[in-house]
Each structure stands twice: as structure tokens, then as C-alpha cells.
Unconditional design. Structure first.
Length: 602
């Protein structure tokens, strides 16, 4: 978290999101004033009623007709006030809640829109894991919109009512009003001390809750591994450790909160006692304007002053929660340093001529992935990136797609620095198929059309046929309207390949595109890929030697460095690391035995 945000700064920021709904603010403020005025009616009526009843009681003969008339008037005024107050408060709460809901919607949309502009490094940085980000956004948006509700539905009416009550107390008697006024700053000071001492605990709880969310997400994503190793108890214990830590923090924070709540309750009662003593003394001393009714009048008005104070600790607690959660949210909403860089260059035609010149790259977690890498990826040709896991192959692809920026060195595309290219334009001309592709919650057709939202159904059918997915889709009860999440892993991979076909890009990047497919499906997809490769720049990462040997050029990476390069057959004959990888792949496939079987059959 970057520094601390005060309540004033928080409210100032909230106002920016409330401004589009100024008409709701105006209505709410008017209704708030009405509600605050109505809240004082009971004290005024009680003051007049006690004095009137006292006068009737002092008469030699009680006139019941006058007494009944007085009670009827009191009843009509009080009941009428309650009906009017109910109507006013209904609309005040409705419009205040409507404002909160609209602000909640706007905040949610804005934060999603903004984080989608962030560079990939942001999402791979420590502290920005999916579960933590989700908790940060959910709690931030909820607490911030809750602050709108607190301000317009809770704080504003209570504060207005308290101010009006104080004004009436001063108008009736300066000294009694002064006593009431003196209690307020003491109470506020205690509340401030409470918030400051509890702030660190609240921050720790917030971080702990993020860790809980991340652990739950990790557990769900790893459920197959957990069950296959029978490690359910280990995961339960892991979650229990985090939960127990958060629980201890919550109990400690609640203990402090209850102590300060008791202290503030005591201060409130001290104020009430002082008001009663002072007003009683003034009545007995025949102070001008002080009657028996004024005792009840001042006590009820002081109650209206202390009503906000009685709820202040809850409101202040909520606002401090909002401060903590909103700091993280505003970092997302206003963070510009994480926004993805983009140039303005976007030519009519993209050739796909890449050149890396002495490129170094380090991931946000500190792992250096590339060291002085130089390579040329020629347009219209197939370039294979080969190497063991962790060699840096996928890192090169990530840099070519502008997911990350280099530490040093240059990447050129068609003679222009990659940094000068319009990022959106560039990615419109790149088709990326990874080893593990995300399938969205939706139909098969919607997932395929993700590659080209303007595509027609005929285009989807054509792409599905090219990916050898069409026949399998048509066997489903709802065809292309079936849920894509219900497809097998291999079928989902074909959906991802169909996306690329429907996008029809100039540059194709294939990162283990057939890793999760069976042999027949791999052969079918290879045939389709061979067809779409023609005349395009293709970069392929694969451990499948059948796809590597088709490449026009090859780069072998080892620990982030290019150690071998050339035409695949020439590199193989050099007898270096590529030959070792090639021969190991052949042995793992039992290529010799397969060859013998084929010879026997022939």
C-alpha cells in the first residue's frame, strides 16, 4: 500500500464517482434536511406538552375537555410526524441506496477496464496473484460503494440532526448547549485514538483475508493433484494456519474495539448526567425561560446529539475499513506505471520480419530469463525455438507479443522498433496458440468467435472444420450452442486452434499447440497448420520432432542463451545439443522399433 489515505481524501475521491448522479445527491440532501428537522419534533412537542400539562394540573378544577383536546393535538402531531418521517426516510434511503448501487457498478466496470490495460508483468508480480487481486477488487469496490451509503444515508442525516439539536439547545440555553458541545470533541478524540491504534490490525486482517482467498483459489485449481496424492489433510492444515492467524487478529481487534466502545458509552452518560443536573439547577433557580418542560426538552435534544455519537464507532470502523480496502483499489484505478506501453505505428501491411538484438530480460520475480539473445525471424518462413524446459523459448514469444518489455537490447519488426508499434494493432496480426489455452464460460461458437467477434456462423463452421472439431461438435445435443467448458482438454485445444484459423493472422506463434492431443488429432491438426502456414511468419515451440523438422530455421536456447542456430538438418549434423535433444525425442518415441514395425508391414 502506498502511504495512508485520510477520510477527507477518501470522501474527496468518492465525490468524483458521485458527480454523474448530482440529481440523486440533491434529492438526498433535501430529504436529509427534512428528516433531520422531523427528528427534533419530539423534543419540541414534549417541551410544550409538559409545560401545558403542568399548567392544567395547577388549575383549581381540572377541565377534562381541555386535557383531551391537548392529548388529541399531541397525538395528531406525533403520529403525523411519524407518517411523514416514514415517507421521507423511505425515499431518502431508496435514493441513497440507488446512488450506492450505481457507483458500485461504475467502479467495478472502471477497475476491470483499467486493469485490462496493464502490462503482463503486473499480473506476474508478487502480491498480484489472481486470488489476491480478486479479493482486492471485491472488497475495495464493496467498501468504497459502502462509503457512499454511509455518507448519504448514515453520516449526513445523523450529523445534520446533531447540529440542529445543538442549535436548538443553544437557542434555549447557552450554558446547557455549551455542556453538550464540550462532550462531542472528547468523544471524537477517543474515536480517533481508537482508529489509529486499530489501523495496523485492520491492515493485517486485510492482507490475511487476501491470503485466504488465494489459498482457496490454489486449492480449487490443484484439486486433481491434491486428490491424486491424498493430500487433503495437508491442504486443510495449510488453510487452517492462515485462518487461525486471521482469526487471532480479528479477536484482538474486536477486543480493542469493545474497550473503546465502553469508554465512549461512559462519556455519553457523563454528558447526559451533566445536562440533567444543569437544567434541573436552572429550573430550581428560576432561570429565565427554564421550565420543567425544558428539562425533558434538553435531555431529548442531547439524545439527538449523542445518537450520531452512539453510532459513530460503527460508522468510523466502516470508514476505516473502506480506507484500507480503497487504498488497494485506487492503486488499481489510478496506477499508470503498470499500464501497457503502446506506440502509434500501424502500417497497412505487416510482414512479420522480427530481429532481436542483444536482448536481456528479467521477470518481475527476479529470475533472469534471457542473456544477450540475438536472432532473426524471417517473414514467410517457419522458425523453430528449441530447448529444454526453462531455456527461455516462451519468454522470447512473450516479448514478441509485447507482453513484457526487455531489460536491454532491441526488438525490431519490419525494420521498426517493437516499442513504436501500436500494441493493439500488432496483436490483431498475431495468432497465438499456447499449450494451455483459456476457454471462457460460454458456447463453443462464442469461444471460437473470440478470435474474430465479427465472424459469421459460416466462418465458425469453416474454422471448426479446419481444426477437425466440426464432427465432434455436431455430435453434441446443442451443437455449437453447447457449453465449451464441457469439452475435453483435447477438444478445448482444438477450439483454441479454431480461434486462430478464424482470426487469419499474418504472424502465427505456436507454443506446443498439439501437446494435449492424441496422435490422430495431432496429425490432423498438423495438416491444417501446414496449410495455414503458407506465406506467413510462423514461430513454433514444440518438443515434437515431427513439427521441428518442418522448420526453415532453428534456434536452440539453453539457460536463456542462443547456443545453436541454422537449418535443422545442418544443426543436427553438427552433433551438438540439438542432436542430443532430437535423438532423445526419437528414443522416447521408440522410433527405431516403430521403423522396424513399419518395415515388417511393408
Amino acid at each position: 500500500m502506498k502511504g495512508q489515505m485520510g477520510i477527507g481524501k477518501l470522501l474527496n475521491r468518492i465525490i468524483r464517482y458521485v458527480q454523474p448522479y448530482r440529481w440523486l445527491v440533491g434529492i438526498t440532501l433535501f430529504l436529509t434536511l427534512m428528516s433531520s428537522l422531523l427528528a427534533q419534533v419530539n423534543a419540541v412537542v414534549l417541551d410544550r406538552s409538559v409545560d401545558a400539562i403542568n399548567i392544567l394540573d395547577q388549575q383549581p378544577a381540572l377541565l377534562w375537555s381541555n386535557a383531551v383536546e391537548l392529548l388529541v393535538i399531541i397525538s395528531i402531531i406525533l403520529l403525523g410526524k411519524e407518517v411523514l418521517a416514514a415517507v421521507v426516510n423511505f425515499f431518502r434511503r431508496y435514493y441513497g441506496e440507488r446512488m450506492r448501487i450505481l457507483v458500485n457498478r461504475d467502479l467495478s466496470l472502471q477497475v476491470i477496464r483499467h486493469i485490462l490495460t496493464f502490462r503482463m508483468a503486473f499480473f506476474t508480480s508478487s502480491g498480484n496473484e489472481a486470488g489476491r487481486l480478486q479479493s482486492r477488487i471485491d472488497k475495495g469496490v464493496t467498501s468504497l460503494s459502502r462509503s457512499v451509503n454511509l455518507f448519504f444515508i448514515d453520516i449526513l442525516p445523523l450529523a445534520t440532526s446533531a447540529i440542529l439539536a445543538l442549535i436548538l439547545m443553544f437557542a434555549a440555553n447557552f450554558y446547557v448547549g455549551l455542556v453538550a458541545l464540550c462532550i462531542v470533541p472528547v468523544y471524537f478524540y477517543v474515536t480517533y485514538i481508537q482508529a489509529e491504534r486499530m489501523r495496523a490490525g485492520r491492515m493485517a486482517i486485510f492482507n490475511g483475508q487476501q491470503a485466504v482467498s488465494q489459498n482457496i483459489l490454489n486449492t480449487i485449481e490443484s484439486i486433481a493433484v491434491i486428490k491424486s496424492f491424498n493430500r487433503e489433510e495437508i491442504e486443510v492444515q495449510r488453510q487452517a494456519n492462515v485462518q487461525n492467524y486471521v482469526t487471532d487478529l480479528q479477536l484482538s481487534t474486536r477486543k480493542q474495539s469493545y474497550f473503546y466502545t465502553g469508554l465512549k458509552g461512559f462519556l455519553e452518560q457523563v454528558g447526559t448526567v451533566l445536562v440533567i443536573i444543569l437544567t434541573a439547577y436552572l429550573v430550581l433557580a428560576d432561570y429565565p425561560g427554564m421550565t420543567i418542560g425544558k428539562i425533558m426538552y434538553h435531555v431529548m435534544l442531547f439524545s439527538n446529539v449523542t445518537a450520531p455519537i452512539r453510532q459513530l464507532h460503527r460508522i468510523y470502523d466502516d470508514l476505516n475499513d473502506a480506507l484500507i480496502y480503497s487504498e488497494g483499489l485506487f492503486e488499481l484505478l489510478e496506477g499508470e506505471e503498470d499500464v501497457e506501453a503502446s506506440g502509434n505505428y500501424h502500417p497497412e501491411k505487416v510482414k512479420g520480419d522480427f530481429e532481436l538484438q542483444h536482448v536481456d530480460f528479467t521477470y518481475p520475480n527476479g529470475v533472469k530469463a534471457l542473456h544477450d539473445v540475438s536472432m532473426r525471424i524471417e517473414p514467410g518462413k517457419i522458425t523453430a525455438l528449441v530447448g529444454l524446459s526453462g531455456a527461455g523459448k516462451s519468454t522470447v514469444v512473450n516479448l514478441l507479443d509485447k507482453f513484457y518489455q526487455t531489460d536491454s537490447g532491441d526488438i525490431m519488426l519490419d525494420g521498426k522498433p517493437l516499442s513504436e508499434w501500436d500494441t493493439h494493432w500488432l496483436r490483431e496480426h498475431i495468432g497465438l496458440v499456447m499449450q494451455k489455452n483459456h476457454i471462457f464460460d460460454g458456447t463453443i461458437e462464442e469461444n471460437i468467435k473470440y478470435g474474430c467477434p465479427s465472424a459469421t456462423h459460416d466462418d465458425v463452421v469453416k474454422a471448426a472444420k479446419q481444426a477437425f472439431l466440426y464432427d465432434q461438435v455436431m455430435e453434441l445435443p446443442n451443437g455449437f450452442e453447447s457449453s465449451a467448458l464441457r469439452l475435453s482438454g483435447g477438444q478445448q485445444q482444438r477450439v483454441a486452434i479454431a480461434r486462430m484459423f478464424i482470426k487469419n493472422p499474418t504472424i502465427i506463434i505456436l507454443d506446443e499447440p498439439t501437446a494435449s492431443l492424441d496422435a490422430i488429432a495431432t496429425e490432423q491438426i498438423k495438416a491444417s497448420l501446414d496449410a495455414i502456414k503458407q506465406g506467413r511468419t510462423v514461430i513454433i515451440i514444440s518438443h515434437n520432432i515431427g513439427q521441428i523438422v518442418d522448420a526453415d530455421y532453428l534456434y536452440l536456447l539453453e539457460q536463456g542463451r542462443v547456443v545453436e542456430s541454422g537449418i535443422p538438418s545442418d544443426v543436427y549434423r553438427q552433433g551438438g545439443h540439438y542432436k542430443e535433444i532430437f535423438d532423445a525425442s526419437a528414443r522416447s518415441m521408440n522410433a527405431d522399433r516403430i521403423a522396424r514395425e513399419l518395415n515388417v508391414e511393408s
